[in-house]
Design a binder for this molecule. Structure first.
Ligand code: HEC
Ligand code: HEC
Ligand code: HEC
Ligand code: HEC
Ligand code: HEC
Ligand code: HEC
Ligand code: HEC
Ligand code: HEC
Ligand code: HEC
Length: 631
């Protein structure tokens, strides 16, 4: 072992003389002063390490050290040379179990980086060509503008163990999760949320667009003041993806402890305090958007105002009903009569049980919002499954997207977990098998064939139907903005709303939300506010691809109200008629919404379309349309 090792060091150091100088194991005597002393501690026979540490465990990762190590590429690798314990930890001559080891944590001391420097890209594989994954580690950025991000920024040169277990870095703990993560949006180095600009230079962005900024924000207890500092240093153009360290503690992959999140809308001036939802606190901190209704209320002149952008993938903002624009009319306005009478407010706020801080008595409840909390216990959809200790611990986001604790139908019978514990974050066949099927068995398991293929096919069909109905209803908003108010919505081009009355080519950014040119020169501020509010709802919902599932009722109501106001500037329950006139093939309303049998709805009634039942309200027992028609 010893011989093999020293020959490895020679071969390795021959790769680059400059790298050699910065420290290449104990054979290097010419490194800088501080590491030279440590590096010059003599090595002992590696067999001694094995003797005492044969059954040691790594306290951080909980993994056995020696048996992990002997499976790793450091012990058995394509170079035919062993990277020994002491090539990472330094010489053991003073140690013998009691004295110090030069590098108790070689990663923190930069040892991994020294051997796996960017200069050595490709050296460690048989064909000597850097793999895409190796490039993703060390993407070299030389200027501003759009550039790929990378795994090993300055903050990670001493942090390989943020993503790799140290003693078996490729195949040990976290291997499956790492593969899933690398293909997901959180890890893709070329995706816009990491590559578009150097986010670490902007204190308003670092909390969601960089791993380090997020961790600083989390560790500060989510203080609503945005992380006040960036860590950008001149010459460092590296950009971070959301590494494992975002959500986990280094070396162990234990999930970071969190507290309930407060969404700092309107630059922190209009905070919304979410309930404590355990591990899902991690997700809502980034997936709650940046602006809400209050940001719009704070605008003083709508005849010359920039769009208040909700920001993207704000699933939590919808699930917790915290962002949508509702002030098309007074919230206390009564709608309906008799036993069905209610107010606008009641149907646009969450109930005060699941969201105690800003929910209201009699507000909107949501079964999905209960998932992963003790409120799901005893849920009538499957009383045998929703018992204490099952589905009641990880919060809603982690339960659907990653893993439902205690789920009896977990796909891996040994652990009850999803493969790779769901680190692709996808709602896929495994999510169906573990979560959805417990309540949606009729929608997700009616295609015959082997599980999980059948689950996936059924899920696609179910989600596509719902998502199409939602998208079609949003089209009505887009249509009204353009045809009634000369506003073009282009969801791909920031800042998304363009003034067609000033420039029919649609390239002039919209500033006059009062549409005074179309309204006899009148600059009505209340009107302008509602115009921006309708536009805001369109953007908020469009930019959350899961909106229809995250908050079915709320999203339908926001769409309904936006259409109702946009068609004539008055709330008069006219959305159904407007949708039918705008898209007569999509929105068809027969005398009833659904057929019903034994007090439960079954199939669509007559010529009624699914889009129509998405936009308008109906009874889930009789299948009759609601009156008034608002959902
Ligand atoms: C590829 C580099 C590398 C090699 C090779 C390596 N280690 Fe480690 N070891 C680390 C890192 C990094 C840590 C600290 C991080 C951690 O504990 O998760 C560590 C931690 C340890 C610890 C402290 C664990 C604790 O619970 O605090 C012991 C003991 C240890 N190694 C022993 C060994 C022995 C024995 C060998 C050879 C069989 C070995 N290491 C080989 C990188 C290495
Ligand atoms: C005579 C037994 C013995 C031998 C030989 C021995 N160790 Fe240890 N080692 C220990 C004990 C005991 C500890 C302290 C308890 C622990 O962390 O497991 C320790 C601790 C360590 C630590 C953690 C140091 C720290 O400051 O946290 C590392 C790393 C380590 N040993 C590596 C090695 C390596 C590499 C070798 C071979 C060169 C080796 N040990 C040989 C018994 C031994
Ligand atoms: C003394 C130099 C050296 C040190 C220090 C070192 N490595 Fe390695 N590493 C190697 C060599 C050599 C290989 C084997 C490459 C091969 O199989 O072709 C390797 C392999 C790997 C692999 C597997 C690559 C593959 O293609 O399968 C990973 C992952 C890795 N190292 C990570 C680390 C991490 C993390 C650390 C620090 C905890 C570290 N290395 C420390 C030299 C080193
Ligand atoms: C942000 C996460 C992340 C960080 C930080 C990171 N890696 Fe990796 N690493 C990955 C992923 C993802 C893979 C490929 C997926 C897999 O097979 O595990 C990988 C694979 C590797 C490989 C195998 C490359 C190949 O072509 O197969 C080596 C070697 C490696 N990493 C070394 C390192 C070293 C050394 C560091 C620290 C300097 C480091 N990594 C830091 C995520 C990371
Ligand atoms: C509350 C968290 C949060 C904050 C703060 C935040 N973003 Fe984002 N941002 C996101 C999320 C989540 C996405 C993912 C959107 C996607 O991929 O569709 C995103 C996406 C983006 C994109 C890509 C848009 C696209 O169309 O793919 C850009 C550009 C961007 N943000 C810019 C910024 C800038 C500039 C700031 C600071 C002024 C900022 N963001 C602050 C969460 C945030
Ligand atoms: C966006 C947040 C997030 C990121 C990024 C993330 N994870 Fe996780 N991970 C979690 C959560 C939450 C859990 C807990 C799931 C559960 O309770 O079942 C988890 C669970 C795990 C587990 C199981 C832990 C255990 O105790 O058994 C491992 C291993 C793991 N993650 C590894 C990784 C690795 C490796 C990476 C990076 C390649 C990574 N994770 C990135 C959120 C994240
Ligand atoms: C530090 C901020 C941050 C945290 C924490 C975070 N996300 Fe994300 N998430 C993002 C950004 C930014 C994107 C867009 C990434 C992209 O487009 O490449 C994203 C994308 C996603 C996607 C789409 C994935 C894809 O492949 O397109 C899902 C689903 C998701 N996140 C769910 C979650 C869940 C669940 C959690 C909690 C376990 C979580 N996120 C935690 C910022 C975050
Ligand atoms: C009832 C299950 C469920 C819950 C709970 C849930 N989601 Fe989702 N989520 C979905 C579905 C379904 C989609 C749409 C996926 C698709 O169409 O492939 C989605 C989509 C997403 C996306 C966009 C994914 C993409 O492909 O771009 C993000 C980001 C996201 N969810 C984050 C969250 C966050 C954050 C939470 C917690 C507040 C959450 N989700 C709670 C089911 C859920
Ligand atoms: C605890 C039971 C439960 C679980 C688990 C559950 N759902 Fe739901 N889901 C419901 C209920 C109840 C509704 C009706 C909500 C409403 O209208 O307020 C619903 C509504 C929906 C809708 C809107 C369409 C409709 O039929 O009303 C979609 C899409 C959806 N769920 C997808 C999912 C997906 C995907 C999963 C798994 C990731 C899932 N659900 C898990 C109970 C559940």
């Amino acid at each position: 072992m010893r011989n093999k090792k020293s020959s490895f060091i020679m071969l390795f150091c021959a790769l680059s003389l400059t790298a050699l100088l910065s420290g290449c194991g104990s054979s290097n005597k010419e490194g800088n002063a501080s590491t030279t002393a440590l590096d010059s501690v003599a090595k002992v026979d590696e067999a001694l390490c094995a003797q005492c540490h044969g059954s040691s465990y790594n306290a951080q990762s909980g993994m056995p050290i020696y048996s992990e190590y002997v499976q790793s590429k450091h012990f058995i690798n394509s170079t035919g040379n062993v990277v020994g314990c002491q090539d990472c930890h330094g010489g053991g001559a003073q140690h013998n179990g009691v004295g110090p080891m030069p590098y108790p944590n070689p990663d923190a001391a930069g040892k991994c980086f020294v051997c796996h420097k960017p200069e050595f890209l490709g050296q460690f594989n048989t064909n000597k060509v850097p793999t895409a994954i190796q490039k993703a580690h060390f993407y070299n950025i030389t200027g501003a503008g759009v550039h790929d991000a990378m795994y090993v920024t300055k903050n990670f040169e001493n942090g390989c163990t943020a993503c790799h277990e140290p003693h078996n870095p490729l195949l040990g703990k976290g291997a499956a999760e790492r593969k899933a993560w690398a293909g997901s949006g959180h890890g893709l180095v070329s995706n816009a949320p990491f590559a578009d600009e150097d986010f670490k230079t902007s204190t308003a962005c670092i909390r969601c667009h960089t791993s380090t900024g997020y961790v600083n924000f989390l560790k500060s207890g989510w203080t609503t003041a945005f992380p006040a500092t960036s860590w950008a240093t001149p010459g460092d153009n590296g950009r971070e993806v959301l590494t494992c360290r975002t959500c986990h503690n280094n070396d162990s992959f234990s999930v970071r402890a969190t507290t309930a999140f407060t969404i700092p809308y309107n630059s922190g001036k209009s905070p919304k305090v979410l309930p404590n939802i355990s591990k899902s606190n991690l997700c809502v901190a980034c997936h709650s958007g940046r602006e809400n209704e209050d940001s719009i209320e704070s605008v003083t002149d709508f005849s010359n105002a920039s769009f208040k952008n909700s920001h993207y993938k704000a699933g939590a903002a919808l699930m917790y009903m915290s962002a949508g624009f509702r002030n098309f009319t007074t919230q206390s306005t009564v709608i309906g009569t008799g036993t069905t009478a209610t107010t606008y407010a009641k149907t646009l706020n969450p109930d005060n049980v699941s969201v105690p801080t800003y929910g209201i008595a009699g507000g909107v409840t949501s079964t999905h919002r209960k998932l992963g909390t003790t409120m799901i216990n005893g849920d009538s959809h499957n009383k045998a499954v929703f018992v204490p200790g099952s589905f009641d611990d990880n919060g809603p986001c982690v339960t659907c997207h990653l893993n439902a604790n205690g789920a009896p139908t977990g796909n891996d019978p040994a652990t009850g977990r999803r493969p790779a514990t769901g680190h692709s974050w996808k709602i896929d066949e495994n999510a169906v098998a573990q979560v959805c099927i417990n309540c949606h068995s009729s929608e997700t398991a009616d295609i015959s064939g082997p599980v999980p293929v059948a689950n996936q096919a059924a899920l696609d069909l179910f989600l596509e139907e719902q998502s199409t109905a939602s998208t079609d209803s949003l089209e009505v908003i887009t249509y009204l903005l353009l045809n009634n108010w000369g506003i073009k919505y282009d969801g791909d081009v920031y800042p998304y709303f363009y003034d067609m009355t000033l420039d029919p080519t649609g390239k002039t950014v919209l500033k006059d939300w009062t549409r005074s040119a179309l309204r006899g020169g009148v600059k009505d501020q209340a009107f302008g506010k509602r115009m921006m509010g309708a536009a805001f709802n369109l953007q908020l919902i469009t930019k959350d691809p899961g909106a229809f599932a995250h908050a079915r009722t709320y999203v339908r109501r926001l769409i309904y109200d936006s259409i109702d106001w946009l068609d004539n500037g008055i709330m008069d329950f006219s959305s159904g008629a407007t949708a039918k006139a705008a898209f007569p093939l999509l929105f068809i309303q027969d005398t009833q919404a659904f057929n019903a049998v034994d007090g439960r709805i079954t199939t669509l009634f007559g010529t009624t379309t699914a889009d129509m039942t998405y936009l308008l309200g109906y009874s889930r027992s009789t299948g009759q349309w609601s009156s008034p028609e608002r959902p």
